[in-house]
Unconditional design. Structure first.
Length: 389
């Protein structure tokens, strides 16, 4: 067995082996292929996780409910009751008011005024750039609009409300900007002004109050508990953002298809390279057979050679992947400037192990099929022809 292992290692990486460069190219091809697949998976999962983290924290929260009341006090009482339920981290009242902003420079923009009883988790996500967010009587604009809306500015808000004679009439209010905030979601910052619910209630009493819920654990389980407690109409963030959720699922399917194509390319590379390496050694195979070596031993030697090459390539690929993961924090600022999102890359060990085992098994099967076909040829043909199949 020791002689067989030595023979296999010589065929793989011995300096005296004139086909050593072929083995190295196979290993590098496997390494780069595995590295590319792992990195694409990591970025895809990080982008999706980042998108829905912002939605769950800032936009739609884990769960939300419509309230049957237009009274802020009653809405807060409902939120207080929900916050005591099992599986609920926090429950709070919020409301959106669609507005058109008119600034001092004459610029206008469509946005929304969000009034909210900010919970601890929300305050951790909304950072103050200047001033104090959620001060009474003032609003907070975002850093994304700070070039034309600054602290101390007086801006005019135009919105629709119920009228006495007409169903809906426009109304305008002048408000002061008391703070500039920023979050990890550029889309949220561009379209949202923040204020306390009491401040929003002074602008108009025509508000639809909603309850936002942060779930302490599984979101679907939290929905079941809230519904069982008698609060009907709870929706998860997936249900609220059904169109986006469906688009993300479609994107994930397309990315999975692309990854499968990448895996097929890697496997074809492994098969083609292994076949070429065996053809390059067919005269050595013929010589071993002439000397009386058993076909079983020759077959096992080349399978072990393929094992050594594949394991080295996969180990290099895993090393490159974790090396890139360690290097990523130093490049995150540059990536943020490119895509506008702070991503947290994670390599799923189960996925890497599954990919590696799949590629390794395919390489060994490819080698076994190729060497069996080679061994079925006539010995003299192996000596005479450069390639026999």
């Amino acid at each position: 067995m020791s002689i067989l292992l030595r023979l296999s290692s010589r065929y793989a990486f011995s300096r005296q082996n004139r086909h050593r460069s072929s083995s190295i190219r196979i290993a590098l091809g496997l390494a780069l292929g595995l590295f590319a697949i792992v990195m694409v998976l990591s970025f895809m999962q990080a982008l999706q996780a980042n998108q829905f983290k912002d939605i769950r924290t800032l936009e739609s929260f884990d769960l939300q409910l419509d309230t049957p009341t237009h009274t802020l006090g009653e809405a807060r009482s409902i939120a207080a009751a929900i916050s005591t339920l099992e599986g609920t981290e926090a429950a709070f009242v919020w409301a959106d008011l669609p507005i058109i902003i008119q600034g001092e420079g004459g610029r206008t923009i469509s946005a929304r005024m969000r009034g909210i009883d900010a919970s601890e988790r929300l305050l951790e996500a909304v950072k103050s750039y200047r001033g104090t967010i959620f001060d009474e009587g003032v609003i907070a604009s975002s850093w994304a609009n700070s070039l034309w809306i600054d602290v101390g500015d007086q801006i005019t808000l135009t919105f629709l409300r119920r009228g006495r004679q007409a169903t809906i009439v426009p109304a305008s209010k002048i408000v002061e900007v008391g703070a500039i905030y920023y979050t990890s979601s550029w889309e949220f910052d561009q379209t949202t002004l923040l204020c306390s619910l009491d401040t929003l209630a002074t602008l108009t009493d025509d508000l639809d109050y909603r309850i936002g819920v942060y779930a302490d654990g599984d979101v679907k389980r939290g929905k079941e508990i809230i519904s069982y407690a008698g609060f009907a109409g709870a929706l998860t963030y997936q249900e609220v953002n059904a169109a986006l959720w469906g688009a993300m699922e479609l994107e994930q399917r397309m990315m999975t298809l692309m990854l499968l194509l990448m895996i097929i390319i890697v496997l074809v590379h492994a098969y083609s390279s292994t076949r070429r390496l065996l053809l390059a050694k067919q005269r050595e195979v013929a010589m071993l057979m002439t000397m009386g070596e058993r076909r079983k031993t020759i077959r096992l030697a080349f399978v072990l050679q393929s094992f050594f090459v594949s394991v080295l390539g996969l180990a290099l690929g895993i090393g490159l992947s974790y090396g890139a993961l360690a290097l990523y924090p130093h490049l995150s600022a540059m990536i943020y400037r490119r895509i506008g999102a702070h991503l947290v890359l994670v390599i799923e060990a189960q996925q890497v192990i599954g990919l590696s085992l799949g590629i390794l098994v395919f390489s060994l099967i490819s080698t076994l099929l190729a060497i069996r076909r080679l061994l079925s040829a006539d010995i003299m043909e192996m000596f005479v022809y450069e390639e026999i199949y």
